[in-house]
Design a protein around this ligand. Structure first.
Ligand code: NAD
Length: 484
């Protein structure tokens, strides 16, 4: 059976303990590879490699760093087919999605930050009349930790490690133990691209063991984490006494506000995607649909008809719209939420049942599920499900829509469908969300800030925000004699 290995100091190695975890193929429900069960001694080895590489990497010219990163981007692109297939098998997502989105974006992450670092500038402040000049050095932090989730495995892993190394840091990184395969395959690409040994070290294992060891390591001074809100809270508690810099990208329960004056056909097509892309396992999915009463009946009918036409099936088949959920425990969690919704009086308009896919009977498949809900306070409206489940609630006017949209603990993203410019501005300013999309969804320009408010996170990634996170600003104040 295939054995995934850690990538430490430019070499593939087993965990020191030689212990292994099972890795499942969600589309068949079978174990298909083994993952090193790394512990604190493996994180210590990765830290040492990163620490040894830091003096040289942080002094490598921007041009050279950029060149290596662009080579990594090219190699990811060149290996698109292999990586996309690996991502699909590891995660359960449709191969077509991995090919069109996940792997191209992983390449773009390296390309974007490889270019961005050459344009990253710092500020200078002349104190006129005091004869002092201030300038800000933006120095790499040293060794940083990056921890990523399973929903967009290589996409989110590279979204963190690329800005970290672009800024001159060395990294100890851990992908999710649920989807370790593409981060493992990345090791070969890093070597081929000529990334110096120790700059990026990849350690596999569970969150409570390997992830915790990264967070607890006293010399790893910054942690960039994407994952669940409860894990983020745990990491924040562990990191606070050591005054670590933290970037936390956490859960969401994003509202999708549909007004009667919107471009209806475009809204309908995009709302199907924003509800069910990647089996609804995108932190930005619009899991709470609020629709204006005037068009609610028509919307429900049209939406359910489109959802009913989606094909749940083998992720490798070209016409599959929804593949498998990522794991058995996750499938059980989502099914449990559907039962909770039922018991709370939710009306299942479509779905709610597991799907048996031919020749893949043990895979973790679920129908896309649409639930009409009367009460904004019930659990299905308030808690993150992170699966192919969307709720529909109607509203009378803008004020009611805004009130319900903001009435959750999360604040990651929001979508508004309207052609009223004034409403667009009013709502964009008042919605509790780090990202607002108007008449679109998941449209990303990598220069823009990305992150959440409230329990959806702390800090922003993207563009120079990420480079600012991964550098320490140091002000230098020089006093000079104005005359000779
Ligand atoms: P998770 O929190 O269970 O795990 C995320 C990562 O953290 C994994 O690598 C895991 O091994 C590690 N981890 C777990 N416990 C840890 C600990 N005690 N110390 C250190 N590391 C630990 O999340 P998940 O189930 O993999 O991902 C789903 C969640 O991620 C959802 O809540 C989703 O909304 C969120 N997410 C957020 C964004 C965003 O940008 N805001 C993007 C994608 C996913």
């Amino acid at each position: 059976m295939k054995k995934i290995q850690n990538y430490i100091n430019g070499e593939y190695t087993n965990a020191t303990s030689e212990a292994w975890l099972d890795n499942y193929n969600p589309s068949t429900g079978t174990v298909y590879s083994k993952i090193p069960k790394s512990a604190s001694e493996d994180v210590a080895l990765a830290y040492k490699a990163a620490c040894d590489a830091f003096p040289s990497w942080s002094n490598t010219t921007l041009e050279e760093r950029s060149k290596i990163m662009l080579r990594i981007a090219d190699l990811i692109e060149a290996n698109l087919d292999e990586l996309a297939k690996a991502e699909s098998l590891d995660n359960g997502k449709p191969l077509s999605l991995a090919k069109a989105v996940d792997i191209p974006r992983a390449s773009s992450n390296f390309r974007f930050f490889g270019n961005a670092i050459t344009q990253f500038a710092s500020e200078a402040h002349e104190s006129v009349g005091l004869n002092t000049m201030n300038f800000t050095l933006r120095q790499p932090i040293g060794v940083v930790g990056c921890i990523s989730p399973w929903n967009l495995p290589l996409y989110l892993f590279t979204w963190k490690v690329a800005p970290a190394i672009a800024a001159g840091n060395c990294v100890v990184a851990k992908p999710s133990e649920v989807t370790p395969m593409t981060a493992y395959l990345l090791g070969n690409i890093l070597t081929e691209a000529g990334l110096p040994k120790g700059v990026l070290n990849i350690v596999h294992g569970t969150g409570p063991e390997t992830g915790q060891a990264i967070v607890a390591h006293p010399k790893i001074k910054a942690i960039s984490f994407t994952g669940g809100t409860a894990t983020g809270e745990h990491i924040a508690r562990a990191a606070a006494p050591m005054f670590k810099k933290l970037s936390l990208e956490l859960g969401g329960k994003n509202p999708n506000l549909i007004f009667a004056d919107c471009d209806y056909d475009k809204m309908l097509a995009v709302t199907v995607k924003s509800s069910f892309a990647n089996q609804g396992q995108i932190c930005l999915c619009g899991s709470r649909i609020y629709v204006e009463e005037r068009i609610a009946e028509k919307f429900k009918q049209d939406f359910v008809a489109k959802v009913a036409a989606l094909k749940v099936g083998n992720p490798l088949e070209a016409d599959t719209n929804l593949g498998a959920l990522v794991s058995k425990p996750h499938l059980e969690k989502v099914l449990n939420y559907i039962n909770i919704a039922r018991s709370e009086g939710g009306n299942i308009l479509f779905g709610g049942e597991q799907v048996k896919v031919k020749d893949h009977e043990d895979g973790y498949y679920l129908q896309p599920t649409v639930i009409e809900v009367a009460n904004n306070q019930c659990r299905i409206q308030q808690e993150e499900v992170f699966g192919p489940v969307v709720t529909i609630v109607t509203f009378e006017d803008e004020a009611e829509a805004l009130q319900m949209a903001n009435d959750v603990k999360y604040g990651l993203s929001a979508t508004i469908w309207t052609n009223d410019l004034n409403r667009t501005m009013r709502l964009s300013k008042q919605l509790d969300a780090g990202i607002v999309w108007v008449n679109t969804w998941l449209n990303r320009d990598l220069r823009t800030p990305f992150g959440g408010m409230k329990d959806s996170g702390v800090g922003r990634e993207g563009g120079f925000e990420a480079l600012r996170f991964f550098t320490e600003p140091k002000n230098v104040c020089i006093s000079y004699a104005p005359s000779i």
